[in-house]
Ligand binder design. Structure first.
Ligand code: NDP
Ligand code: MG
Length: 321
């Protein structure tokens, strides 16, 4: 990997973290961006060489696809495929585009997955602190016979090997990743938090108290779960909270809710979710923008913004860059 030129396409959440960590690991890195990207200045200020996407892809022996999943088919076709040479390796941080066949690499290149199990700003921050974010690696196509070793070397370069990697397949990474974000981490959590907030408010309680209870305190609980698991979290809460947890939680996530979760998994496995999302994105992305605008205007968000503006102890939000 040290003898190769690595072209990191995209400088967003994952892109900036991979490029900077690889550089700091002593690898040769180029960044590929659209010339009008707002990230060009930032990447250059970090001392990285930036080229237009197609130029970077052509110059790289290792091409890392860190543009958004829904853009990958177009970037692959227009910017990556024309510059690929036999024996090059394409690395993805998400199995999505390859697993569902939206990107079809030629037979004479290696194709690997190195997916950190964390957002980009953590991939960078943990690396700077001398640790790393765990990762998944997988091989989709092994033309040279070196794909697995190159994926491991890449994972080492971005710091994942400091935490450890699990070897999997593009299919399992894609399906578990989508299920996790839909049913638990993003979709399930957001819907649970919103329902809890709205039910307290409609019952006449102060929205600020509803926000503290159902949104703000989530972090305290999640931090305990992160450090000690569910059982460890329960050692820190009161016996009253623990009794309510065992007896009431399963009534919320009941058999019907589990059936909805299974149905989400089925739609993921059948490729139905991927088709729906790609159709929505290629229609111009307005559906996502409309849902985002609506979600930004809720009483929960307005209450939270007001409360957080008074939390002098809060660190600035940790964004993508
Ligand atoms: P972001 O949206 O944060 O960043 C996308 C980057 O791609 C930006 O720098 C953007 O620059 C650039 N870009 C967009 N369109 C183009 C284009 N047509 N040509 C060239 N560059 C373009 O993406 P993420 O980092 O979130 O996602 C990248 C990959 O990492 C995805 O496969 C995702 O699934 C995966 N992943 C993401 C995680 C996360 O926490 N975010 C976690 C694990 C994996 P600009 O728009 O300025 O041109
Ligand atoms: Mg994920």
């Amino acid at each position: 990997m040290r003898e190769k030129t690595i072209a990191v396409l995209g400088f967003g959440s994952q892109g900036h973290a991979h490029a900077l960590n690889l550089r700091d690991s002593g690898y040769e890195v180029l960044v590929g961006l659209r010339p009008d990207s707002s990230s060009v200045a930032y990447a250059e200020q970090e001392g990285l060489k930036v080229l237009p996407t197609a130029g970077a892809a052509a110059a790289g022996d290792v091409v890392v696809i860190l543009v958004p999943d829904e853009i990958q088919p177009r970037v692959w076709k227009e910017d990556v495929a024309p510059g690929l040479a036999a024996g090059d390796i394409a690395i993805f941080a998400s199995g999505f585009a390859v697993h569902y066949g939206f990107v079809e690499p030629p037979a004479d290149v290696d194709v690997a997955l190195v997916a950190p199990k964390g957002p980009g700003h953590l991939v960078r921050r943990q690396f700077e602190h001398g640790s790393g974010v765990p990762g998944l690696i997988a091989v989709h196509q092994d033309h040279t016979g070196n794909t697995r070793e190159l994926a491991l070397a890449y994972a080492a370069g971005i710091g994942c090997e400091r935490a450890g990697t699990i070897e999997t397949s593009f299919k399992d990474e894609t399906e578990t990743d989508l299920f996790g974000e839909q049913a638990v981490l993003c979709g399930g959590m957001s819907a649970l938090v919103e329902a809890g907030f709205e039910i307290l408010v409609e019952a006449g309680y102060d929205p600020r108290m509803a926000y503290y209870e159902c949104v703000h305190e989530l972090k305290l609980i999640v931090d305990l779960v992160h450090e000690k698991g569910l059982a460890g979290m329960r050692e820190s809460i009161s016996n009253t909270a623990e009794f309510g947890d065992y007896t009431r939680g399963p009534r919320v996530i009941d058999a019907a809710a589990r059936e909805h979760m299974r149905e989400s998994l089925r739609q993921i496995q059948a490729g139905e979710f991927a088709e729906e999302w790609m159709r929505s994105a290629s229609a111009g992305g307005e559906e996502l923008l409309a849902m985002r605008a609506q979600a930004e205007g809720t009483l929960l968000e307005r209450t939270g913004a007001d409360l957080r503006s008074q939390m002098a102890w809060l660190e600035p939000p940790s964004g993508a860059r």
